[in-house]
Design a protein around this ligand. Structure first.
Ligand SMILES: Nc1ncnc2c1ncn2[C@@H]1O[C@H](COP(=O)(O)OP(=O)(O)OP(=O)(O)O)[C@@H](O)[C@H]1O
Ligand SMILES: O=C(O)c1ccc[n+]([C@@H]2O[C@H](COP(=O)([O-])O)[C@@H](O)[C@H]2O)c1
Length: 217
């Protein structure tokens, strides 16, 4: 996967965190093609249940496992995420384009160097737990951040018996430990049985597409 041209503007919303100490940041990586209420739901649950101080929505320049064909431009997806992340404790950023990476493990490596006084928790839906073992250097992600997985239908059951869940079986903490997850020795992860949210970007794009066809029929 090619490196993306550095875009220094992307780091701007995060500059104010450079001096922060002892705070915990939930990292919600995503394509956000577009952002939707399901993302907002898990971001709010992260604030509520994990005790994170912030949620940074990391808008991916290009998910290396997804086709570029249907992917809206980064600027449009960042704008979509920024609208959905309109909350005093949430920040939408395209920092990965600044860091020149599309790989989450590398993103975490760089963020932990840039922000040595912050603690990071990687946030993801159950669908991504099911496929994280296909990500580049995925096990190092567990070494660099605590991981919180949010229930999502119909993926949770398979994800909890999948490769990553098995590999890190001993590192799974009970729900009761969620609030202190970020302070646990890594690897550490929790699975949060939250109220399910049905939103999906694929469904939104399909609906927009059929609306477009109907309007033009
Ligand atoms: N409804 C939802 N419930 C729980 N987690 C979700 C939900 N929607 C998205 N997520 C999680 O949010 C992160 C970003 O998701 P993404 O931008 O890929 O949205 P998506 O709806 O899964 O998109 P697509 O359908 O295009 O794959 C991922 O970790 C994903 O698992
Ligand atoms: O690092 C990888 O190899 C990798 C492979 C696939 C997805 N990811 C990341 O997973 C996050 C969720 O992606 P998505 O497209 O499901 O929203 C996002 O931050 C992607 O950059 C990362």
């Amino acid at each position: 996967m090619a490196r993306f041209a550095p875009d220094k503007a992307a780091l701007r919303p995060l500059g104010r965190f450079r001096g922060s100490r002892g705070q915990t940041v939930g990292l919600l990586g995503g394509s956000f093609n577009p952002a939707h209420a399901g993302h907002r739901h898990i971001a709010e649950e992260a604030l509520r249940r994990l005790g994170v101080d912030w949620v940074w929505w990391l808008v991916s320049p290009q998910n290396p496992l997804k086709s570029t064909a249907e992917m809206a431009p980064l600027a449009a997806r960042l704008a979509s995420a920024a609208r959905m992340a309109d909350h005093p404790r949430m920040v939408a950023t395209a920092v990965e384009s600044d860091l020149g990476t599309v790989y989450s493990a590398e993103t975490l490596r760089q963020l932990t160097r840039l922000f040595p006084h912050l603690r990071f928790v990687w946030l993801m839906g159950a669908d991504n737990l099911g496929q994280i073992s296909r990500w580049r250097a995925w096990q190092s992600l567990y070494a660099r951040a605590a991981v919180a997985v949010f229930a999502r239908a119909p993926y949770s059951g398979a994800a909890l018996t999948g490769r990553a869940a098995q590999k890190f079986r001993a590192a799974r903490l009970p729900d009761a430990a969620s609030r202190t997850l970020a302070r646990h020795r890594r690897p550490a992860w929790v699975f949060l049985r939250i109220r399910l949210h049905p939103a999906s970007a694929t469904a939104i794009r399909a609906a927009a597409q059929s609306g477009f066809v109907a309007d033009n029929a």
